[in-house]
Design a protein around this ligand. Sequence first.
Ligand SMILES: [Zn+2]
Length: 64
Amino acid sequence: MSEEMECMCQQCGVSIYMPADLISLEDPANTEVKLLSSIHVCENCGGQLALVGKAGDEPYYRLE
Ligand SMILES: [Zn+2]
């Protein structure tokens, strides 16, 4: 069974979950912003998605 990953739309901020093995990064060398390649876009607005982390993990932006 594949791990679920959480991705966030860069335009509307909606969270989308997808299996890790479906995810391909646009620029794997960029470790700061993990943008998904354009085969995955937001279902809501068509915006670009960024990888947040594993589903269920506390996203980095909520940690203080
Ligand atoms: Zn969106």
